[in-house]
Design a binder for this molecule. Structure first.
Ligand code: KG4
Ligand code: ZN
Length: 359
C-alpha cells in the first residue's frame, strides 16, 4: 500500500485500556485524524485503573472523540472504506464499548468491519506517517518487534505482514507494570513510567543499584524480582533518611528518588535492549521496531538506537504519542487486515487475553 492515496481509508477505534481513541488513517500509513482522550487524571486518584470506571469513561467520551476526529480530518462516512476496532487483549468492559460502537456504526453505514489485536497495533505504529510528514520507506522484513506496554512485554519476529512468531515474553509482570509499581513505591503517582523518567533525568548519582533478570540465554523477561528488589532498596533508603515505613506521605529526598528512579530504569532498559539486539542478530532481522507505552521512554529509545546503530540495524520507533495507546495504530494494522480480505462479523466479541503470536 502506498500512502500517496488509493489505499483504504480506515476509521479506527481503540478502547482496550484507559484511552478512548479514534483515528482516520489512509492507506495504512497516513494519519488524517488521531484523537485520544486519556483517563490518566481519572485513574491517578485511585493510583491505578478501576476497570468499571474505565469502561464508563469510554462510554462518556467515545462520541465526542469521534466527532473531533471527523472535524480534524474534514471528511465523512462517504470516504470511509472500513471500520477497524481493537478486540483484545485488554479489559473486557473497556473493549466492549469500542467493539459495540464500531459494530453499530459499521452496520448502520454498511461498511466492512475488521478486528485488530491491540499488540499488533503497537507494532504497526512503526508504519504511520503524521499529516504533512515526508514519505519514508516502510520497515523491511524480516524484523524484530519489541512491544513494551502496561500489560505486555514481548519480542516478536515478523517475516511478512500480519505474521508473528513469538521470540520471548515476560514470564511475570510487564515492563510498564513494573514502572507503575515502582513509581508508586517512590511516591511518584500514576502512571509511574513518565514520572520515573522525569525523576531519573535529574539523577546525579548513577550507580548500578538494581539487579537484572537475564534468565540465561532465554529471550523471555522477568520483572517481578526487580519489583521485590525495588521494595527492599526503597525501604533501605527510607530508613537511611529516618522516614517512617507506614507514612508514605513522608517522601524520600529528591536526590534519593532520582537515584533510585535512574537505577530502576537502567535495569529495565538494559535487559530490554540486550535481549532485543540479541534476538535481532539470531533471526537475521533487517530492522528493529519498538512500540507500546514504555517505548515512549527516552532512555530506552536512546540506548536501543545506539545498540541498533552499532550493528548497522535501523531502529524504527514512533514518536512518543504514537507509542502510547492510540487509534491510528489500530487503523494501520486494520488497513492491512482489510487489504488481506479479512472481515469481522457482527458476532465480533471482546477477547481480553487475545495472544499475538505463538512460538
Ligand atoms: O501501551 P500503553 O499506553 O497501554 C497499554 O497497552 O498498557 O502503555 C502504558 C504503559 C504504562 O505502564 C506507563 O507507565 C508506560 O506505558 N509508560 C512509560 C512511559 N510512558 C508511558 N514507561 C516508561 N517511560 C515512559 N516515558
Ligand atoms: Zn497498549
Amino acid at each position: 500500500m502506498s500512502a500517496a492515496g488509493g489505499g483504504p481509508l480506515v476509521l479506527a477505534f481503540e478502547s482496550s485500556c484507559d484511552e478512548t481513541a479514534v483515528a482516520l488513517v489512509d492507506a495504512g500509513r497516513r494519519i488524517s485524524a488521531n484523537v485520544v482522550a486519556s483517563q490518566v487524571a481519572l485513574h491517578a486518584a485511585t493510583g491505578g485503573i478501576v476497570p468499571e470506571v474505565a469502561a464508563r469513561a469510554h462510554l462518556r467520551w467515545i462520541v465526542p472523540v469521534l466527532d473531533e476526529a471527523w472535524a480534524d480530518a474534514g471528511i465523512g462516512w462517504g470516504d470511509v472504506d472500513a471500520v477497524a476496532v481493537t478486540f483484545g487483549p485488554g479489559l473486557a468492559g473497556s473493549l466492549l464499548v469500542g467493539i459495540n460502537f464500531a459494530k453499530a456504526l459499521a452496520w448502520v453505514h454498511d461498511k466492512p468491519l475488521v478486528g485488530v489485536n491491540h499488540l499488533e497495533g503497537h507494532v504497526y505504529a512503526a508504519w504511520l506517517l503524521d499529516p504533512g510528514e515526508e514519505e519514508r520507506d516502510e520497515p523491511p522484513f524480516p524484523l524484530v518487534g519489541l512491544v513494551v506496554s502496561g500489560g505486555h512485554t514481548l519480542l516478536v519476529e515478523m517475516r511478512d505482514h500480519l505474521t508473528y512468531r513469538l521470540v520471548g515474553e515476560t514470564v511475570d509482570d510487564a515492563a510498564g507494570e513494573a514502572f507503575d509499581k515502582v513509581g508508586r513505591l517512590l511516591g511518584l503517582g500514576y502512571p509511574g513510567g513518565p514520572a520515573i523518567q522525569r525523576a531519573a533525568e535529574t539523577a546525579t548519582a548513577r550507580d548500578r543499584l538494581f539487579p537484572r533478570a537475564w534468565l540465561g540465554d532465554s529471550y523471555d523477561f522477568s520483572f517481578s524480582g526487580l519489583k521485590t528488589a525495588a521494595r527492599r532498596i526503597v525501604d533501605a533508603a527510607r530508613a537511611d533518611e529516618g522516614l517512617p515505613d507506614d507514612d508514605l506521605d513522608a517522601r524520600l529526598s529528591e536526590a534519593a528518588t532520582a537515584e533510585l528512579a535512574w537505577g530502576f530504569q537502567d535495569s529495565v532498559v538494559d535487559v530490554l535492549t540486550t535481549k532485543t539486539v540479541r534476538a535481532a542478530a539470531a533471526t537475521g532481522a533487517r530492522a528493529i521496531v519498538l512500540g507500546g507505552g514504555v517505548a515512549a521512554n527516552t532512555a530506552l529509545r536512546a540506548r536501543l538506537a545506539g545498540e541498533a546503530d552499532a550493528r548497522g540495524l535501523p531502529l524504527i520507533v514512533p514518536r512518543p504519542g504514537l507509542c502510547t495507546d492510540n487509534g491510528a495504530m489500530i487503523g494501520a494494522a486494520g488497513a492491512r487486515r482489510f487489504a488481506a480480505g479479512e472481515r469481522a462479523g457482527l458476532d465480533l466479541d471482546a477477547r481480553p487475553s487475545l495472544p499475538l503470536a505463538a512460538r
